[in-house]
Design a protein around this ligand. Structure first.
Ligand code: ADP
Ligand code: MG
Length: 632
């Protein structure tokens, strides 16, 4: 006699619950997804004790028809897909019809739903999979799901729950990601009576980001917006000043669904390459939209992963979009934000606007008495002959008389939290669709050199310190990057060919990868015995370092699993720029310093060195005044 029998439904649900309901946050995720799928415009979430005693989700969505209420709690019962064809174009967050029966198998659930807005609702109560009651009740349009005492009948599971704080962390994560996915839904999230998040539902992503990560973070993000025949990408991504130590800072959304996707995160990071220090991640919310047939969402039990068709195309689309978004903004950290690690970045836009219309003040009118009697020093913009600009310091006790009032205020309000809202608005106004050319680098005049390492410079808004080595590296990096993009430019034979020796496995791998070198203009010749001869390198390689660079490129080529030309070009450019750049502790003449400044100003991205370290740090006049307690 056979021993194989189908499981009864109750047991099957409990088994499914093991997969679907890992912890309170998984319950919350499923309930919120149902509310979203029901077209809700408002979702109220109440939780207690990390969600272990209570998870309640109330929405104003379509509701469940009275006849469907029981069915909704049956295994594999769904209103979202009816055929196999539907499975390949899923436009809803849920589709498996597993959540409600699984949750009801391991908790005490009450569901009340009013689908017709006339105040009449039906409810059902289910505990551990058994129906305990049902009937009529009063409710406003929508559905209310109450899940109490999760895992009350599965003590083994309950035992594995972490602290309330840990569970709350998971709950918050679920709510935050959903709020970021749908800024058009008003979401309120309470835990033990405290409101932890409230979004307005206005559709403004930046507002939601501000509610979750704080206003300073929201202000330090730029709009991402790009279109492609198959995809659209929208969102916000942080300037390199707003970084985090872990990947959670990145929220990837695909057709309204939060997912973990290397196919999106990698190109995002690639776009920041040379802008971010190692092991830092940008705060980022990227929402990718595409026809549902182009993405398979049925690949992960918690629906947290997806599979894209045309993934390579997608990757380059994302990288390009983020690069363009970043190129619309300048970022110079201010001395105070660097020192205190405060979140406020200092925006160069403010100065540029100021620079365009310098206040009409000259030194001879600069001395005036301050009505308040408080002495003040400000650099005064003094236009000289034919457009050349310079600065005059003037005596302590002098005050700048009224230039255009707005400009004066502007120059003094460069500390981020002092910047008027209108200025932030303006800073973000650059349309992301058109890859705007980057904002102008401030025009800086040279004051001197500090410890043979930093250039001290100024303009009308304050003082700027420039790391000369970092600046030089950036200039060289962009130069070599462009050069590597034109490998057809002649390589030149080395007068003294150098041999490079390798381990046997390395040698074999390199031999396969020789064409990669040639695409960079480096010609290696197989010399047998695990060695290669460097025959020729591009004529613009830094002189004397040719063999070193070839060796380092080889080392890199050996460690990378997959080499693409783009990455090679970047890597090689960084190697060359390090070799070619002036090091710290090197005296620079005024001419050399000014040349460096002007070439830096022409860089595509003059704010960070290729390793992501800042090149320029600003001390705004206002900050200096604050440091010296001239203003409070
Ligand atoms: P799925 O979401 O995969 O369809 P669920 O078990 O989560 O499966 O829900 C079953 C069904 O119950 C859904 O298909 C939907 O019709 C209905 N439902 C669940 N929650 C809600 C809600 N908040 N508002 C309206 N309908 C709901
Ligand atoms: Mg569902």
């Amino acid at each position: 006699m056979g021993i194989i029998r189908p499981l009864d439904e109750h047991l099957a649900n409990q088994i499914a619950a093991g997969e679907v309901v890992e912890r309170p946050a998984s319950v919350l995720k499923e309930l919120i997804e149902n509310a979203v799928d029901a077209g809700s415009s408002r979702i109220d979430i109440t939780t207690e004790e990390g969600g272990l005693t209570l998870v309640r989700v109330a929405d104003d969505g379509a509701g469940i028809q009275p006849d469907d209420l029981m069915t909704a709690f049956q295994r594999h019962a769904t209103s979202k897909i009816y055929s196999a064809k539907d499975l390949f174009q899923i436009a809803t967050l849920g589709f498996r019809g597993e959540a409600l029966p699984s949750i009801a198998a391991v908790a005490k659930v009450r569901c009340a739903s009013a689908p017709d807005g006339r105040g009449l609702a039906r409810f059902v109560e289910i505990e551990g999979g058994s129906v305990k009651g049902e009937g009529e009740t009063n409710a406003s349009q929508g559905t209310e799901m109450i899940v109490r005492e999760l895992f009350y009948n599965t003590p083994a599971r309950l035992k594995y729950m972490k602290t309330i704080q840990t569970e709350l962390g998971h709950l918050s994560d679920v709510v935050y990601r959903q709020a970021l996915a749908r800024p058009d839904i008003a979401i309120t999230f309470r835990h033990n009576g405290t409101v932890l998040l409230r979004t307005a539902g206005t559709g403004d992503l930046r507002q939601v980001v501000a509610a979750i990560y704080g206003t300073a973070a929201a202000k330090a993000m730029v709009d991402v917006k790009a279109e492609h025949p198959d995809y659209s990408l929208t969102g916000l991504t942080a300037l390199p000043v707003e970084t985090r130590a872990n990947r959670n800072a990145v929220t990837v959304l695909v057709n309204g669904r939060y997912v973990r996707s290397q196919a999106v995160v990698q190109p995002l990071l690639q776009a920041y390459h040379t802008l971010l220090p190692v092991h830092r991640y940008p705060l980022s919310v990227l929402h990718l939209r595409m026809h549902p047939t182009l993405v398979d969402v049925n690949v992960h039990p918690a629906k947290l992963e997806v599979r894209f068709s045309k993934e390579n195309e997608l990757r380059s689309f994302i990288e390009q979009a983020v690069k363009e978004a970043l190129a619309t903004q300048a970022y110079i950290p201010s001395a105070t934000s660097v020192r205190t690690n405060a979140k406020s970045p200092f925006w160069v836009q403010d100065q540029i606007r100021f620079q365009v219309k310098p206040p009409d003040v000259s030194t001879d009118t600069a001395v005036a008495s301050d009505s308040s009697g408080i002495a003040e020093v400000k650099p005064v913009y003094a236009p000289q002959a034919a457009g050349s600009r310079s600065f005059e310091k003037h005596a302590v006790g002098a005050n700048t008389p009224s230039g255009p009032a707005a400009s004066q205020d502007f120059s003094r309000s460069t500390s981020a939290d002092k910047v008027p809202e209108s200025v932030w608005q303006a800073a973000f106004a650059a349309p992301a669709e058109t890859p705007a050319s980057r904002p102008e680098f401030p025009e800086l005049s040279w004051i001197g050199q500090l410890h043979g390492t930093y250039l001290v410079t100024q303009n009308e808004t304050g003082m700027y310190l420039i790391d000369q080595h970092a600046a030089h590296e950036r200039i060289h990096y962009e130069y070599y990057y462009d050069k590597f993009g034109r490998p057809q430019e002649a390589s030149q034979e080395l007068l003294l060919p150098v041999t490079l020796g390798f381990a046997p496995d390395e040698y074999t791998l390199l031999r396969e990868r020789l064409p990669i070198f040639e695409s960079a203009g480096v010609y290696l010749e197989d010399f047998g015995g695990n060695t290669f001869i460097v025959r020729a390198v591009p004529h613009w390689f830094p002189e004397g370092d040719e063999a070193d660079i070839a060796r380092e490129i080889a080392d890199w080529v050996l460690t990378e699993r997959k080499i693409d030309l783009h990455a090679l070009r970047e890597k090689a450019a960084i190697l060359c720029s390090c070799k070619a750049s002036i090091k710290a502790n090197q005296a620079l003449s005024r001419e050399a310093a000014e040349r460096l400044l002007s070439r830096l100003g022409q860089c595509r991205q003059p704010y960070t060195c290729p390793h992501g370290r800042p090149i320029v740090i600003s001390f705004s006049t206002y900050e200096l005044e604050k440091m010296f307690k001239r203003v409070m």
